[in-house]
Design a binder for this molecule. Sequence first.
Ligand SMILES: NC(=O)C1=CN([C@@H]2O[C@H](COP(=O)(O)OP(=O)(O)OC[C@H]3O[C@@H](n4cnc5c(N)ncnc54)[C@H](OP(=O)(O)O)[C@@H]3O)[C@@H](O)[C@H]2O)[C@@H](O)CC1
Ligand SMILES: Nc1ncnc2c1ncn2[C@@H]1O[C@H](COP(=O)(O)OP(=O)(O)O)[C@@H](O)[C@H]1O
Ligand SMILES: [K+]
Length: 532
Amino acid sequence: MIVAYTAADVRTAEEPLLAAGVPLMDRAAFALAGVVVRELRARRGRVAGSRVVVLAGAGNNGGDALHAGALLARRGVAVLAVATAERLHETGLAALRSAGCSVVSVADGGPGARVWPGDAIAEAFTADVVLDGVLGIGARAGHSAVRGPGAEVLALLGELVADERAGGRGDGPCVVAVDVPSGVGVDDGDVPRPGGSNGSGSAPAGEPGAVLAADVTVTFGAPKPALLVPPACASAGRVEAVDLGLDLSGARPAVARLEPRDAAALWPVPPRAAHKYTRGVVGVVAGTPAYPGAAVLTVSAAVHAGVGMVRYLGSPGVTAAVVSHRPEVVAGDGRVQAWVLGPGVDPTDSAQAERVHGALAGVLAQELPAVVDAGALTLLPERLAPWVVLTPHAGELATLLSARGEDVDRAQVEAEPLRWARRARELTRATVLLKGATTLVVGPDDAVYAQADAPAWLATAGAGDVLAGLLGALLAGRAQDLAGEPSLVAALAACASLVHGRAAHVANPGGPVAALAVAEALPRTVAQLLAS
Ligand SMILES: NC(=O)C1=CN([C@@H]2O[C@H](COP(=O)(O)OP(=O)(O)OC[C@H]3O[C@@H](n4cnc5c(N)ncnc54)[C@H](OP(=O)(O)O)[C@@H]3O)[C@@H](O)[C@H]2O)[C@@H](O)CC1
Ligand SMILES: Nc1ncnc2c1ncn2[C@@H]1O[C@H](COP(=O)(O)OP(=O)(O)O)[C@@H](O)[C@H]1O
Ligand SMILES: [K+]
């Protein structure tokens, strides 16, 4: 599991080490320089003779970058530091100068010759590596946007680098972010607008913010939430965490990301003496005559995920389609350990709406775990419970929140997904799984998971139905454990997202996938996870 800690928790953990004179910055800079050396070797085939531009802000983040620059210079790299502030980290600047590097400044009164931002950008864009050490965890929450001349350099260089990457020429610089890409909301993953503020001013997904997107982020002590949470995580590139020996055992992880071995440990493997009822029964209310396919996809996923039994409830016509596709399915009501409610359910279909309401009453009264998706998201009572997992995409979350008095649209949810997923959890008391390229889960006690396991090929109609069926099977399979451990529900939701994403890879590595193929890849995916 990868766990991220807030800036405040990392600072608190640094304090005793700094007080004891542990040279944390030296460790950070040494590791940072090591990553740059590896990137230079891999991308340019050499270290000595390469060019590195260090963008350095006023604080310790700049200090890390300057010390790393000095170490690189001693290995024959031509290093130019560009100061984005009037004053730079003192020992970092001294180390850089004594290693023979040049320093220029885009800030008035800064060290070295004053240069225009355009000149600094030209130097950076033609370098082999750019180190982004403008701002780290010193960014103020809610106001993380870089201020001053550094903002212009980062924004324009960011645009050039993005264009170059999109063109696929491969001759632009490798961008290495120091600790975090400068300017992101460290704890919430926001990306501010160019020249703007955070919050409602955040850049909508897809638009560039004033952040220089990194190829690699070298993060110190522990990953920070922004490296896992969208939209900022899209600017982090590969994340390399450097162990500084911080003791974070007293701190609560702010965000977690399950890895395959975690998912394997969470997966319900039937014991020798299992029978279908001990393995769990999942009830599915999905599909309407207008959307029969959603029912087929949901039950297919549940069957392939390996549940003890699937019971299906729907109109006679849809039931016939379901059973003809999946003869394992049992049609009609009966006892279940978990429910999946809503895929392909048109809320105006009174028969299905009634089944959803009936199931929900049992869910709340008997503490039965449930997945609530798509059409059923508009059929909910005000308050739910943590064992209910809502699985909206951004548009559905905006609708759900708007129905509860929040003034928010899809673009705003995409700009601040963690904030709005948390708000939905607060308002409904349910566990919230917000689907996207990175899927967020916010569970009881505000536990947050961020999973990014899927290829973009998974963004296809019906993929959400597969996730709902898969998660329902998982909840049914672990229903007994859930009763005594409500926080498990969020971990299981994250686990389902991981398995779903990996199944898309397994279904057709490197190419397009159909939703049904993802469901059919589940048995192999789970087997691979359990074997690894
Ligand atoms: N402690 C250690 O030994 C270790 C620390 N580590 C490293 O230190 C980093 C944290 O360093 P930090 O605390 O100095 O904060 P940092 O991110 O450099 O920014 C503060 C400076 O930026 C300025 N500034 C603030 N907001 C701004 C804005 N919006 N736009 C522009 N400027 C802004 C602010 O100026 P002010 O606003 O106060 O005038 C201040 O000068 C951390 O990320 C990690 O890299 C690791 O090496 C481990 C060892
Ligand atoms: N860019 C992307 N990369 C990876 N996965 C994605 C991306 N966009 C969406 N997904 C995933 O694809 C699925 C789409 O689900 P959903 O929007 O509910 O589709 P549908 O309602 O048609 O089934 C979700 O699991 C989501 O996390
Ligand atoms: K930085």
